[in-house]
Write a new protein. Structure first.
Length: 179
């Protein structure tokens, strides 16, 4: 197993996050030894959904997005879920944090609808990327080279399509962090 002891990974999510896209990366990163920190615009806990419809588990929030610094973390993971991704892409603090990770050259990983925030941050032009199929046109319109593949990494940004790709997504994220 890859050892990520000493690494700290931020995940950002709001209510409506797709449960497996938050739960499985959290578990995989923690199992590899990384410290994970869930940041949110919400206080207390984030309520996840399954399939954007059925209520899922609640995940305790470790801190606010507002005031968070990319300097405190080694990587950023952006889980999907339509409601979550839509709320984050209009959150100036979330977009600013994503831009800060990109400016610092730190790994960013986004799955499903989460690439919406990468569009808002102005990071997708010329990138080879994947996402949930309904986001493909948005990515193409923003200048990305969208492909229908399980996981894609280009210029420090890893993207993946849906919960069915989580094993490959998690392996890529952990492999990149391990260096």
């Amino acid at each position: 197993m890859t050892d990520l002891t000493g690494r700290t990974v931020a995940l950002i999510a709001n209510r409506g996050v797709e449960e497996p896209e938050l739960a499985q990366p959290l578990a995989a990163l923690q199992e590899a030894g990384a410290k994970t920190v869930l940041l949110s615009a919400e206080d207390g806990a984030v309520v996840a959904l399954n399939g954007d419809w059925d209520r899922g588990k609640e995940f305790p929030v470790d801190g606010p997005i507002k005031g968070a610094s990319a300097d405190e973390y080694d990587a950023l993971v952006l889980p999907g879920g339509t409601l979550n991704a839509d709320s984050l892409r209009i959150d100036e603090d979330a977009v600013g944090l994503v831009k800060a990770f990109a400016s610092a050259g730190k790994p960013i990983a986004a799955i499903c609808h989460a690439p919406w925030i990468l569009i808002e941050a102005g990071l997708v032009d010329g990138l080879r990327m994947t996402s949930f199929t309904s986001v493909a046109t948005d990515l193409r319109n923003a200048g990305a080279d969208w492909v229908d593949e399980q996981v894609v990494t280009d210029r420090g940004i890893t993207t993946s399509r849906n919960p069915g790709d989580l094993d490959a997504f998690n392996a890529e994220v952990i492999g990149r962090l391990a260096g």
